[in-house]
Design a protein around this ligand. Structure first.
Ligand SMILES: *Cc1c(COP(=O)(O)O)cnc(C)c1O
Length: 394
């Protein structure tokens, strides 16, 4: 085994202490009112798509994120799908997005009938590179009839999806300015960044609309779930309507005024969400402490860097991330194998989306930095319980 792989293993072990059994990447934690609220749903019979917990969860989310309105959905992909429709994405359009993201970003775009157009990421935030994007737009696109068009394909560029990778906020000032200059609505895929803020403002309020996810491996979970965030009351109303089968409210008649979606979050899941959200600040505090311990422990190590929150940002450190030095990229597989063999879950970043067969023919910019990052990223165990029990911040 190389010295680098061995030192990384020892360093992770030193930070999280000796553990019995397999240590997952991110484990959910239910230490508050979860059982009580879920039992309440069962006892009252309000388990499905209507109920007081859904309304409360939406209000609590808006309050926590500081965004005007939250609409709860069955999962983050559904939230992203409807967010794109509401941002104006139509069949035949192209949607700019990082190739370095989870598959949901590209899938949701496809559900809207649009095509992903892949752009590069940068090494500080691991998110979309505004400088490379501007260069790419200048070389390949133009503004015609008030919207941005791809000169090569003739398609309209209908949205720019910015994803805050592993919870680290992207360079939002630059990306917002770019979206305005190029007349491309900005949509935040904030699925990974609940609790992360940029210049004091929670992620999810920098664009037209945003999506969150509460899948089991995220910072907090509703089992499966997601939410649409927007400051625009009209868009929020449309989001609720579209995710509720576009039913026209009436005491007994079932009338639908367009083809909507059954994308509502069940009350049972919302109950779990209300309880989890009460615990989020404390879970985030322990995750920050874990990140600080990793940062300190990895600082003296050669060949690897622990990715810290970008300047002007506060990250939720959803997944703690190591970046191997370029000359040690050849050790990537060995590091992954060494950690997993020791029952410490470690993972490379998702396969870049432009490399997957169904998205291989989509338009794209130069993706050199994303390729370089993908060859060097290692996610390491990131659960709040690795710092101690609930309430365990010392
Ligand atoms: C988790 C995630 C989503 C949404 O996933 P769901 O499992 O549908 O909730 C979307 N985008 C990114 C980047 C994600 O990590």
């Amino acid at each position: 085994m190389s010295d680098t792989a061995q030192s990384i293993l020892e360093t992770v072990r030193r930070v999280i202490g000796e553990r019995d059994g397999f240590v997952p990447l991110h484990e959910p934690e239910f230490s508050g009112n979860e059982s009580a609220y879920v039992a309440d749903c069962i006892e009252t019979g309000w388990v499905s798509s209507v109920g007081a917990y859904v309304d409360r969860f939406e209000q609590d989310l808006a309050a926590f994120t500081g965004v005007g309105h939250a609409v709860a959905t069955v999962n983050g992909t559904a939230a992203l799908h409807v967010a794109l429709l509401l941002a104006g994405v139509k069949p035949g359009d192209e949607v700019l997005m990082p190739t370095l993201t989870f598959i949901a970003t590209a899938n949701a775009t496809s559900y809207a009938g649009a095509k992903p157009h892949f752009i590069d990421s940068e090494a500080q935030t691991l998110a979309v590179d505004p400088v490379a994007l501007e260069r790419h737009l200048a070389a390949t696109c133009e503004i015609r009839d008030g919207s941005c068009q791809n000169r090569e394909t003739g398609a309209r560029i209908a949205a720019l999806i910015v994803m805050h990778a592993f919870g680290h906020p992207a360079q939002l000032d630059e990306l917002v300015a770019l979206s305005e200059r190029w007349r491309i609505p900005l949509v935040e895929d904030a699925a990974e960044s609940l609790g992360s803020s940029y210049k004091g403002k929670h992620t999810g309020q920098f664009g037209t609309i945003a999506a969150l996810s509460f899948n089991g491996n995220k910072v907090m979970t509703t089992g499966g779930g997601g939410a649409i965030l927007t400051n625009d009351p009209a868009l929020a109303k449309r989001a609720k309507h579209l995710t509720t089968t576009a039913r026209v409210p009436h005491r007994w008649n079932f009338v639908h005024d367009e083809i909507g979606f059954n994308y509502r979050l069940p009350n049972l899941n919302a109950a779990l969400g209300c309880a989890q959200l009460e615990r989020v600040p404390e879970m985030l505090a322990r995750k920050r402490l874990l990140a600080r311990r990793y940062e300190t422990a990895f600082a003296p190590l050669q060949g690897v860097r622990f990715v810290t929150e970008p300047k002007s940002s506060s990250s939720n450190y959803w997944l703690c991330t190591l970046l191997l030095d370029r000359r040690d990229a050849r050790l990537h597989e060995e590091v992954l194998e060494t950690l997993n063999d020791a029952d410490l879950m470690a993972r490379p970043v998702w396969t870049l989306i432009h490399r997957l067969a169904m998205f291989a023919h989509c338009p794209r910019a130069d993706l050199a930095c994303a390729e370089d990052l993908a060859a060097r990223i290692v996610n390491i165990p990131s659960s709040p319980n690795l710092v101690g029990p609930p309430g365990g911040v010392r």
